[in-house]
Structures are given as structure tokens and as C-alpha cells.
Ligand binder design. Structure first.
Ligand code: OAD
Length: 259
């Protein structure tokens, strides 16, 4: 069964109402309505405007630390200036309406947490948790919002007490995902009744396996996205639209609740 729908179908609502464990798996699209750019949307996507090889690999940091650090500080500034949108808020409210909710995100922002969600599994790290590239010690960033021009400026990364340089706390291409978070995300996908894939193109492995793991284990998979993606074939329902509209509508339809 794979139905593309613009409105929320009754059998999806029924499945959500009786679900004991729901997984919400998010990508950049869930933060798009907060003004945070996605990666692959045409014109606005980060990888449409910047070269991932120059910015998001260990080799890029070795080659040009100031370029990479400045670019991530620009992204951190964008997030600090942003607010959670109705999708983040509805997802946080959903946790109070179902017996168990696991949030798994590929996003490096903290908008789920600022909407009130707890125990979010961040598969790709966080812009807000830089660490020493040499000894791994966490680095506390100064409070306040850095002011960076569009795309960032060259900035020297801070120096750790061990003398090593501090790097962004994100997972770069070619690096392993955090073991605990990935294991817990896979386990949740295999145990849940309903999995939402919200605002992700489903192109980056191993995170992109999560919807298919849920489907293979017998869960209903619901995609919330304005466009078609590679995940379409894994989905029981694809609800076409912006997450900030669909998720509050879904809460209202299933639980009579406004987030
Ligand atoms: P992508 O940019 O690949 O996909 C974003 C998805 O969000 C697209 O399918 C859009 O159609 C959808 N979208 C846009 N606006 C939306 C909205 N308002 N509501 C719902 N959906 C919307 O981003 P990700 O799938 O998150 O990894 O990318 C996965 C990974 O690729 C990222 O975590 C990052 C990137 O390279 C690393 O940096 C390791």
C-alpha cells in the first residue's frame, strides 16, 4: 500500500490513535519553516550553494580550518536566530498524547529541544557541541549570537587546553555516526507501530535505512514532505505538504488538540 495524499486519511489517524510506540524521524525540512536552509532543495539548499567536499569532510577541516569553522559558525548563528516552528511544537506535543515517542533527527540544530522535546537522538551531531579535534574534550562556546555574513567568514577555531584545535560537533561525510544514537534509532524503528519520516530526502546512509527497517518490522510508515522522495516506496502514506501545516492538523484530527 502506498498512497499519496494531500489531506490526512482516516486510516492514518486510526493507526496513530492506537499506536503504542511512535517514531518521528526528521530531516532538514522540519526546520525549513524556521528559516534554516535544507541541503538539497533547488536554489536554497546548502549543497546547491556550497561544496560539501570543501566544508563537510575531515579533509576539508585539515585543509582549511578557518573556512570550515567560519561556515559552521554562520550556520550556528542562523539556528540561534531561529525559533521552533509549528511542526517542532506539534511533535513535542505528540509525546504527551501517545504512550511512547522516540524522536530521531538528522538535524544539527536544537529546535526540537527548544520546542520542548527531550531525549532527541541526534544522528549527525550538533552545531552546539564542538569538541577538540585532538583529545575530544567538549568545548564551551561563549554565550551570545555570533554575527556572521551570509555563508560565513574565515574564522580561527578556538584552541583546546591540550593545544589541539576545536572542531564542529557534527558528523562529516566519511565519519561514523554516534554508535549509541544509531543503535537506539534502529531499535526504535524495529519496535514501533508508526514511523513518521518528516522533511527528509532519505538520501544519506545509514540514517536513510530507518524507514525501511520500520516497514520491514511491520510498522506503518508515514512521510510528510511537499515533494516526492526516494522514501515513497517505503511509505504506507505520503502526506504532501509542509510539516508546519500537516503536523498540527494531524494532532487536531487524531486527538482534537492544538499544539
Ligand atoms: P535534504 O535537503 O536532503 O532534504 C530535505 C527534505 O525536506 C526535502 O525532501 C524537501 O522536499 C523537504 N522539505 C522542504 N521543506 C519542507 C517543509 N516545510 N516541510 C516538510 N518537508 C520539507 O535534507 P536531509 O534529508 O535532512 O548530513 O539531508 C540528510 C543529510 O544530508 C543531512 O543531515 C546532512 C546532509 O548532507 C550531514 O551533514 C552528515
Amino acid at each position: 500500500m502506498n498512497r499519496n495524499v494531500a489531506t490526512i486519511p482516516q486510516d492514518l489517524i486510526a493507526a496513530l490513535k492506537k499506536a503504542k510506540h511512535v517514531v518521528v524521524f526528521t530531516g532538514a525540512g522540519v526546520s525549513a519553516e524556521s528559516g534554516i536552509p535544507t541541503f538539497r532543495d533547488s536554489l536554497t539548499g546548502l549543497w546547491e550553494r556550497f561544496n560539501a567536499e570543501d566544508l563537510a569532510t575531515p579533509g576539508a577541516f585539515r585543509k582549511d580550518k578557518e573556512l570550515v569553522w567560519g561556515w559552521y559558525e554562520w550556520r550556528r548563528m542562523k539556528v540561534l536566530q531561529a525559533q521552533p516552528n509549528p511542526a517542532h511544537i506539534a511533535i513535542a506535543a505528540l509525546a504527551t498524547l501517545v504512550p511512547k515517542l522516540t524522536i530521531v533527527t538528522q538535524n544539527v540544530d536544537d529546535l526540537h529541544e527548544r520546542a520542548g522535546s527531550t531525549d532527541v537522538l541526534h544522528l549527525h551531531g550538533s552545531l552546539h557541541s564542538p569538541r577538540c579535534a585532538t583529545c575530544g574534550q567538549a568545548h564551551i562556546l561563549p554565550p551570545g549570537i555570533p554575527v556572521e555574513p551570509e555563508g560565513g567568514r574565515r574564522l580561527s577555531p578556538p584552541v583546546c587546553i591540550c593545544g589541539g584545535l576545536v572542531r564542529p560537533g557534527v558528523v562529516w561525510f566519511g565519519e561514523d555516526l554516534p554508535v549509541r544514537e544509531l543503535r537506539q534509532a534502529f531499535e526504535a524503528a524495529q519496535k514501533c507501530d508508526v514511523l513518521f519520516a518528516i522533511g527528509t530526502s532519505g538520501l544519506v546512509q545509514p540514517a536513510a535505512r530507518i524507514p525501511s527497517l520500520a516497514k520491514q518490522a511491520g510498522a506503518c510508515v508515514v512521510q510528510v514532505n511537499p515533494t516526492s522522495t526516494g522514501l515513497d516506496r517505503e511509505c504506507t502514506w505520503s502526506v504532501r505538504g509542509a510539516a508546519g501545516e500537516i503536523m498540527p492538523n494531524l494532532l487536531q484530527a487524531a486527538f482534537g488538540r492544538t499544539a
